[in-house]
Design a protein around this ligand. Structure first.
Ligand code: SF4
Ligand code: SF4
Length: 456
């Protein structure tokens, strides 16, 4: 007898009441199973490996595919699997994220694995751990050094002291420490009158521009550590350019963005900073501010790494409302048109060799400076190519990584040498250190050129 001759009682038109439904336990305990979206989408094309600057110069480094999805699979299958120590050779440049055609969250996997490696496998009394902790918490040393900047600048670059630091801590003596400013950005900001002065300046600018004096144009500035302690001129330029466009600037309480902590697997330190940063920025975002950063690694941290790694109230709102500073002006103002009508004279009327930091590439910002400045009268700008600068924050400061860092940077140094002029430009403070170290060029930030072109 065929099925057609003995139909079941199933009636496809009858509503499903769910009474006879018994749920199937597909994944017995969701805590045992990592189901991050994209984590298992790797189809082993190896594009990430061919784009990894560390793998390019170091045959021993297994590359992002192993560090990410392969290691992740091994961890799912072996209870006692330990993270391979090569995870500390990844510089966290995040180029593999950009390269993957399948949306595998490589850097999130690397950051998580590195955090696990450092917290569970690394000897907390080892020189490497202590050195990495000091480098990752740059803000702490910078706060102390900036109280006595002249003494700090002398002591940090005193030959015998550098030799001792290399021998005892493994901080390379090949590089010169960046100078601490005599007045931090925050000190300048307070002495200038803080948010009240900025509001007044912005209102006057709106009047000059024929805009409503009370227009709602306001931004919260995430200056990061380097603009505060080492290059306050970048922060000052940011404030003046934004005020010129009629934006009121506020400078909220903030800690390190966490970039050097992610790269060193210090996720607890990074979380503590993120909690302060997210809380400050989320409050302001609720009041109508947008968050802007002048360092592309800081904007990257707030936009991508925070929501990938932490669960903090307001984190998604902060990620969605954070912008790199020049990007923000490109979106909201006719920056290109204004630059086309402007010209630069004096100190910054130069030819610039521009390097796009890897973290700018990850945010799709790699062409913005070249496209903005190429029609600006009085300056020239040349892109020095796609290569990584090689320093990757604290990476190139480690004695055992120094040679590798310089080998990665070689291509950029060559292109800088080939470019016209002998001034570099980049948004990332540590790429700037590497550019200066490899070529001897003076390195400037795009905001400084915007200030020279647009602020009276
Ligand atoms: S690029 Fe993406 S899909 Fe290809 S091997 Fe790497 S992680 Fe896998
Ligand atoms: S983050 Fe950079 S160094 Fe690390 S695996 Fe990816 S491409 Fe290589």
């Amino acid at each position: 007898m065929s099925d057609a001759e003995s139909p079941t009682e199933f009636d496809p038109t009858a509503p499903n009441t769910g009474e006879d439904f018994e749920p199937v336990d597909v994944f017995p305990d969701s805590d045992d199973f990592d189901l991050r979206p994209g984590a298992d989408s790797c189809y082993k094309c190896s594009t990430c490996d061919t784009n990894c600057p560390v793998a390019e110069v170091d045959d021993e480094f297994p590359g992002p595919k192993f560090q990410g999805p392969e290691q992740w699979r091994l961890k799912q299958n072996e209870d006692d699997y330990t993270i391979d120590d090569s995870i500390t050779d990844c510089s966290n440049c995040m180029r593999c994220d950009n390269a993957c055609p399948s949306g595998v969250p490589l850097s999130q996997m690397h950051n998580t694995a590195r955090g696990e490696y450092v917290s569970e496998q690394m000897d907390k009394l080892s020189v490497e751990y202590v050195r990495n902790r000091i480098l990752a918490n740059y803000r702490t040393s910078a706060t102390i050094a900036s109280k006595v900047p002249r003494l700090a600048n002398f002591a940090m670059n005193f030959g015998p002291a550098r030799w001792v630091m290399e021998k005892t801590l493994g901080v390379t003596s090949e590089r010169e420490f960046p100078a601490f400013a005599k007045q931090t950005f925050r000190e300048w900001w307070s002495s200038r009158g803080g948010a009240a002065a900025s509001k007044e300046n912005a209102q006057q600018a709106r009047e000059r521009r024929g805009q409503d004096r009370d227009a709602d144009k306001k931004v919260a500035y995430f200056h990061g550590c380097y603009s505060n302690y080492n290059t306050p001129e970048v922060g000052k330029a940011m404030v003046r350019v934004f005020e010129e466009y009629g934006y009121e600037v506020v400078v909220p309480e903030q800690r390190c963005s966490g970039t050097p902590m992610f790269a060193n697997g210090m996720l607890d330190d990074a979380r503590r900073g993120a909690e302060v940063n997210v809380s400050s920025m989320a409050d302001l975002i609720e009041q109508g501010y947008d968050a802007i950063a002048s360092c592309t690694s800081c904007s990257m941290a707030l936009r991508q790494e925070y929501p990938e790694l932490f669960d903090i109230d307001g984190i998604d709102e902060v990620a969605a409302n954070t912008f790199e500073s020049v990007e923000y002006l490109r979106i909201h103002e006719d920056l290109k048109g204004d630059l086309r009508a402007a010209d630069v004279e004096g100190d910054l009327a130069r030819e610039f060799a521009y390097h796009a930091p890897c973290h700018a590439r990850n945010q799709g910002l790699e062409r913005q400076s070249v496209e903005l400045f190429r029609d600006l009268e009085g300056v020239g700008i040349e892109d020095v190519g796609e290569s990584c600068s090689g320093i990757s924050g604290t990476y190139g400061w480690k004695a055992e990584k120094y040679e590798k860092s310089m080998k990665i940077g070689d291509e950029m140094f060559d292109h800088m040498d080939d470019a016209s002029g002998d001034t570099g430009m980049t948004e990332c403070p540590t790429c700037a250190m590497q550019m200066e170290h490899g070529t001897g060029y003076d390195i400037r930030h795009p905001l400084e050129l915007l200030e020279a072109a647009l602020v009276e």
